[in-house]
Design a protein around this ligand. Structure first.
Ligand code: ADP
Ligand code: MG
Length: 474
């Protein structure tokens, strides 16, 4: 997967010219973010960070990632409906992880009352890196699956156009014509629209449940506007608004500020810091309601790292997806080594191995959003400290994936133009809709390539490390 652009990457004049074109093209195309200084106003905005050049991705692995997406949709949906599996899998975690425990409590409470929700909508993004073997061949390895608030489907619907122009400026029209079209915003909106339609009330709205600080609003607007195009009303509300203005009627239909809500699309709610008691109360109200939650709380739990680790145990997929041997084989082929740190011999052994050789592993808590994982010396120190305490079970261990780096330029507002050694992470969006027990929609919905400099172990565009990219298939 060596550099596809070796001839231009060191040509300073060509790079400078292309970068100026690229930044303006991104602004024109709407690849935008609000600024850190004014995160809640659109008076001053900037371009979202992106690579100057598209990054090379092996075609076979790209196709493999697309081909397994419906299987992952099926799997997430199956896990979300399997109370016994969720209970068993998360039993040790919720003893020590308060956040997961609180989510789990709402999950149980909602089940005990009986679900009012009959239509289910999943929007997820399965993320992968290309692990470079000793012989130089690359393999597709899943990093994680995001079942809540998987972002950048909107902005990335506009990055291929920018990269197409950049390649032309660099004299590579032929290569430019080979960049794939990509429109996750449309795909996600299709799923939301289907769920809205099945909910069955013309008057009801789609509610985007958004953060207090909304820097990434343009990404969400791309999906919102697709819904408006279909004449579906969209409102944006925070947990606090739901607490203050939300209520259920006798059949548990959800009303917020007087409007009936058909679909709640969470772009918030996956980190503990945002929940005070009022927001927890609002979350419970939403989950108890008849509205289609994307995701419902069971599906959020299905996306925990502990669940991911248990899925990799021999025999688990067979239990969850009986009668789907081919889907199981495709899913399993993407798994990296994942290890439980539950108390007992198995956990003791892997903890000792990781302490002796920390660079082989990543230590992951039950958190989302980037910047939470531990690597190298830090991994060793933390594991050394908690190895004999129950706290250990709030983490899992994973084999560290080692992709082949390539040179690129990361374009970021107010940052110097300099070449970086980079690695990429490919995400495939998936959307599905289930009515009762019947899956009425299940499809991939486009892709996202994010690239970061190799000096950062952890990633994430919102976390300020990775940037948007476009795959160039080789
Ligand atoms: P989060 O929920 O915070 O996004 P991830 O599991 O996606 O958690 O990890 C965050 C980032 O850390 C990834 O985007 C990737 O850059 C890096 N990372 C995670 N797991 C691995 C791994 N097994 N090998 C190498 N890098 C990893
Ligand atoms: Mg991630």
């Amino acid at each position: 997967m060596a550099a596809a652009w070796q001839d231009v990457v060191r040509d300073a004049a060509a790079v400078r010219e292309a970068a100026a074109v690229a930044v303006d093209a991104a602004l024109l195309a709407g690849v935008l973010m609000r600024t850190g200084e004014q995160p809640n106003a659109s008076d001053v905005v900037n371009y979202a960070p992106f690579t100057l050049l598209p990054s090379a991705v092996p075609r076979a692995l790209f196709e493999q990632a697309y081909a397994v997406q419906q299987d992952f949709n099926l799997l997430v949906d199956a896990v979300s409906q399997n109370k016994e599996f969720l209970e068993q899998t998360l039993a040790s975690t919720i003893k020590v992880d308060d956040f997961t425990a609180r989510l789990f409590r709402i999950y149980m409470q909602v089940l005990e009352e009986g679900l009012a929700q009959t239509v289910f909508l999943g929007i997820n993004r399965s993320d992968y890196m290309f692990d470079c073997g000793l012989d130089g061949t690359a393999a597709l390895r899943q990093i994680e699956i995001n079942t809540i608030a998987a972002s950048f489907g909107g902005l990335t619907s506009r990055t291929a156009d920018v990269h197409r122009l950049v390649l032309k400026v660099l004299g590579k029209s032929e290569e430019a014509s080979r960049l794939l079209p990509n429109n996750p915003a449309k795909g996600l909106a299709l799923g939301i629209a289907k769920a809205w339609e099945l909910y069955g009330s013309q008057r009801a709205v789609v509610m985007f449940l958004v953060e207090e600080i909304q820097r990434n609003i343009f990404d969400q607007r791309c999906v919102e506007n697709e819904l408006w195009n279909r004449n579906i009303r969209v409102v944006r509300k925070r947990f606090r608004d739901v607490f203050e203005q939300g209520s259920l009627d006798a059949s548990r239909r959800l009303f917020v500020d007087g409007q009936e809500v058909a679909v709640v699309y969470y772009r918030e709610g996956y980190v503990p810091q945002i929940y005070d008691e009022q927001n927890w109360e609002a979350r419970l109200l939403l989950e108890r309601s008849r509205a289609v939650k994307c995701p419902d709380i069971a599906t959020q739990l299905a996306g925990t790292k502990k669940v991911q680790q248990e899925l990799s145990r021999p025999g688990t997929l067979e239990k969850l997806l009986p009668g789907h041997p081919e889907a199981i084989a495709r899913i399993r082929a993407t798994f990296a080594g994942l290890y439980s740190l539950d108390e007992g011999e198995e956990g003791d052994r892997i903890a000792a191995t990781a302490i002796a050789d920390p660079d082989r592993f990543v230590l992951k808590p039950q958190r989302e959003g980037g910047g939470n994982n531990l690597y190298g010396e830090e991994l060793r120190e933390v594991l050394e400290k908690i190895k004999d305490s129950p706290e250990r079970t709030s983490y899992i261990l994973m084999d560290k994936i080692k992709p082949q780096p390539a040179l690129n330029y990361l374009l970021r507002a107010h940052s110097p133009l300099q070449v970086s050694e980079c690695i990429s992470e490919l995400g495939i969006f998936g959307v599905y809709v289930r009515q009762g027990r019947e899956l009425v929609l299940n499809q991939p919905a486009g892709h996202l390539l994010r690239t970061k400099a190799t000096e950062h172990a952890d990633g994430g565009v919102a976390a300020g490390v990775a940037v948007l990219d476009t795959p160039y298939l080789l």
